[in-house]
Design a protein around this ligand. Structure first.
Ligand code: NAD
Ligand code: UDP
Length: 319
């Protein structure tokens, strides 16, 4: 703990803080009165996401690539740095796996030096194309180690391993959350993920690109709900490490999502079917019993409501 933290707020590092989720997290931490160090290399994130915070006396933006070591003092660290959209993480797969693995090593090193508590934004992708449904934290997953999603899945799995080894070997305070598909304002319009793609296509009355037959499922969590989950995970007692699933357990097929996007935007768009990318998981839904019992957390915003808020954001952005 730094001297400042003992007397007032905490100093909190958010790596990947200029991204979609990172910027919402920075907002919440600043609102709570903390000092926030936002670190990002702007690979998929943007200064625009945090422009409104730049003049805040407790906010600092640092351009840094987590693949490089960093010396920084903090009381808490949230590690979110990593491209999350399949299009972006497959663009430079070697950089993706380096970001997950070396980023985890560098931030765990920084946390060790400053005795900080450290949070890892892990993912439902550690379950791969799951053979059990819904997925509980006890499931070890079904992941292809040599496919086009492996740079992300295996990178995140290795990062989890590093977190647990630092915990066992150095008694560090770690928190690992496995995030399921999350959407909301500040997703990049060309992000490539399904919610932003469908909304942007629907608003422009362009064809909605459904991959495969659209029967695959996902469970969509609204960003505000997820960030509340992050804060509760970080606040758990030291003995609690996770991994803990964070996501909305209501499951929808991709076709159902497309229909909702068209309905809620009043769009004239028609569906077009494109090939299903390889290793695309068939179904995904979190079992959130652990989050409910341990954190008293469950999502409050259901899909149609969250989509309406996200549509409003993209309507403004595309004006
Ligand atoms: P995002 O792409 O908007 O955010 C990632 C941020 O990390 C960006 O600002 C990017 O510029 C930054 N970044 C990438 N590589 C970096 C590097 N080498 N050094 C420093 N910064 C780097 O995606 P997001 O949806 O906000 O995801 C945030 C985190 O949550 C990611 O770690 C992602 O894997 C995880 N996650 C997100 C979801 C989701 O549905 N949104 C699901 C599972 C896991
Ligand atoms: N998808 C789709 N059309 C798109 C983008 C994605 O049908 O324009 C599908 C994709 O094949 C996957 C699901 O939507 O089955 C979720 O994709 P996303 O990239 O959002 O995240 P994933 O959960 O696959 O990492």
């Amino acid at each position: 703990m730094t001297i400042m933290a003992r007397f007032s707020s905490k100093r909190i590092l958010v790596s990947g803080g200029a991204g979609f989720l990172g910027s919402h997290l920075c907002d919440r931490l600043i609102a709570q009165g903390h000092e926030v160090l936002c670190l990002d290399n702007f690979f998929t994130g943007s200064k625009d996401n945090v422009t409104h915070l730049l003049n805040h006396p407790k906010f600092e933006l640092i351009r840094h690539d987590v693949v490089e070591p960093i010396r920084i003092e903090a009381d808490e660290i949230y590690n979110l740095a990593c491209p999350a959209s399949p299009v972006h993480y497959q663009y430079n797969p070697i950089a993706t796996i380096k970001t997950s693995v070396m980023g985890a090593l560098n931030l765990l090193g920084a946390a060790k030096r400053s005795r900080a508590k450290i949070f890892q934004a892990s993912t439902s992708e550690v379950y791969g194309d799951p053979k059990i449904h819904p997925q509980t934290e006890k499931y070890w997953g079904h992941v292809n180690p040599v496919g086009i999603r492996s740079c992300y899945d295996e990178g995140k799995r290795c990062a989890e391993t590093l977190f647990f080894d630092y915990h066992r070997q150095h008694k560090m305070r770690i928190k690992v959350a496995r995030i399921f598909n999350t959407y909301g304002p500040r997703m990049h319009p060309h992000d490539g993920r399904v919610v932003s793609n469908f909304i942007v296509q629907a608003l422009k009355n362009e064809p909605i690109t459904v991959y495969g037959e659209g029967k695959q499922t996902r469970s969509f969590c609204y960003a505000d709900d997820l960030i509340e989950g992050f804060l509760r995970v970080m606040d758990t007692e030291d003995a609690f490490t996770g991994p803990v699933n964070l996501g909305n357990p209501n499951e929808f097929s991709i076709l159902e999502l497309a229909e909702k996007a068209i309905k809620l935007t009043g769009s004239k768009s028609k569906l077009v079917f494109k090939p299903l990318p390889s290793d695309d998981p068939l179904q995904r839904c979190p079992d959130i019993s652990l989050a409910k019992s341990k954190l008293g957390w469950e999502p409050q915003v259901q899909l149609e409501d969250g989509l309406k808020r996200t549509i409003q954001y993209f309507e403004q952005l595309l004006k």
